[in-house]
Structures are given as C-alpha cells and as structure tokens.
Design a protein around this ligand. Structure first.
Ligand code: GTP
Ligand code: MG
Length: 188
C-alpha cells in the first residue's frame, strides 16, 4: 500500500475534518507507532522514527492506499523525561485533537509493546476510547522480540489488562502480522 505524508498539525485549524476514514495511532512513546505506519507502506518509510522516545511531536497525517484512509500518527504519551512545558503542550494538543475527531470516521489503533503488561496510561486510553464511543483495536508490537511460545500468554495479559477481546501481535521489523493488522484497519 502506498502511504504518503500529507501534513503536520498542532492546532485545531490544521486538523483534517473530512468524511474519509481516519486510523489514529495512539500509545506510549517508543512503542513503534510511526514504525507501524512504515511497515505497512510499500513505498519506503514515510514516517520518521527514532530509537529515543519523544520523536513524534505533532499530529501527522498520511494518505493510505490512494485515498482509502488517513493514517494519523500522534506523539506518544508517557515520556517521563519530557519537560513540563512540553507535556502541557502535548495535553492541550491531544485534547483539541480528540475533541475535533468525529467518532463516525475514526478508528483508534492502540499500540502497545507486546513484551510488557500495559501501563495505567494504556488502560486509561482504552477507557477513553470506550467512553467516547470511538471504535479501536489493539496492536501488540515488537513481537519479534518474543519467542513464538511467549506470544499467546503476552496477548492474554494485554487482553485482560485492557479489557479488550482482540490483540493483533505485530512486528514492524519483520512485518509479521501485517495481514491481520490491515484487516483490523479495514484495509484488506
Ligand atoms: P514516539 O514518536 O516517541 O511516540 O515513538 P513511536 O511509538 O512512534 O516509536 P518509533 O516508531 O519511533 O520506534 C521506536 C523504536 O522502536 C525505534 O528504534 C524502532 O526501530 C523500534 N521498533 C519499532 N517497532 C519495532 C518492532 O516491531 N520490533 C523491534 N524490535 N523494534 C521496533
Ligand atoms: Mg512516533
């Protein structure tokens, strides 16, 4: 699938509000939200990634599949070393973003690191999706870091902690789980 960068925005005037489907990447900093976008792209790596957390700092829009849907890459939460001012900017931007998001057009992709039990912030995020009536699914990224037999128990722990029925094991490095991911996104 072709994935093309469209624009970055940090204020409500810049947020896209059309009727096209919007797949929104949310999750802790460094879990691989931007990498996941690159992994499903067949045209190189349109999203910027970094080994240090806090890489994505604005709301980034990508067009996926020549108009099928937007991928929206958000800055991650839980980056403990971020400055107070930066954390406050993030909170305001996220609040504005979700307030301007039409649940009719949106699908949340909650990305977690499959190796770890989801943190309180992830549980809160899942609760927010439920409270706002926003459909979402969970991707357990970095499954290349686990042995095959470790995947099922890791998935079970994530399901139980987040109170969700499905978790897609995925690897942005090996692209394992890509088909299941695209299916969840409604892009297959
Ligand atoms: P923020 O923009 O800070 O919120 O981070 P992010 O969630 O967008 O993470 P990003 O995609 O920048 O990736 C963070 C680091 O994790 C990079 O070093 C990636 O190479 C690595 N990474 C991402 N996905 C995978 C994966 O599936 N497996 C492994 N082993 N590493 C991964
Ligand atoms: Mg990022």
């Amino acid at each position: 699938m072709i994935v093309e960068f469209i624009k970055s925005a940090s204020m409500k005037d810049g947020f896209i509000n059309d009727s096209r489907k919007k797949i929104v990447m949310v999750g802790r900093s460094n879990v691989g939200k931007s990498s996941l976008i690159n992994a499903v792209a067949n045209n190189g790596s349109p999203a910027r990634v970094s080994s240090s957390p806090g890489k994505t700092t604005t709301v980034n829009y990508y067009m996926a599949g020549k108009g099928k849907a937007y991928f929206i890459d958000l800055p991650g939460y839980g980056y403990a070393k971020a400055e107070k001012k930066e954390k406050a900017r993030w909170a305001v931007m996220m609040d504005e973003f979700f307030r301007h998001l039409d649940p009719e057009t949106a699908l949340g992709a909650l990305v977690v690191d499959i190796r770890h039990k989801p943190m309180d912030s992830d549980v809160q995020m899942a609760r927010c999706f439920k409270d706002f009536g926003l459909p979402f699914f969970v991707a357990g990224n970095k499954c290349d870091k686990l042995k095959p037999r470790e995947i099922a128990p890791a998935v079970a722990l994530i399901k139980e902690t987040l109170g969700v029925e499905d978790v897609v094991p995925f690897s942005a490095i090996t692209v394992s789980g890509k088909k299941a991911l695209l299916k969840q996104m409604g892009l297959l």
